[in-house]
Design a protein around this ligand. Sequence first.
Ligand SMILES: [Zn+2]
Length: 152
Amino acid sequence: MVYEVVCTKSYLDIGLLVEKNPKRVLGRASTFGSKTEYGVGEYGGVELVKWVNTGVYLTIDKWIRISYNKSTDEILDMLGIKKGFKMKMQEINNCPFCGGEAKWNEKKMAPYCTECFATIPAAKGFCSPKDVIKSGYKAYMIGLWNRRKEFK
Ligand SMILES: [Zn+2]
């Protein structure tokens, strides 16, 4: 069984996402500190923190070995995770109208609000998905969405 390595938005903390609902994130292994049934401590208040997915999956054993008495930066280096890369690609601000969580809509190629369904018109139709990736269209659209507050 493997679990995804996750980081806090600022990449100051790193953990292993072992349960999604309710969320449980194991911390770095250390000589001291309390332990869960997984043999390593876990973060408290994880629902209040925005976690960034890294796309790196590990078993609990490997997580404990890799993270043992290591700093977040050392672990990031060992796993080859680039700071901020995923964040820049995926970070979409909350809805400027209702504050709801915004997500990327693959079909419409635009960010939208999961609460009030606000969105921004996409330039779909004149470019294929391949072009979209090449030209950074997604980043462009997310940029537009994220800047919306300023134009209100
Ligand atoms: Zn909204």
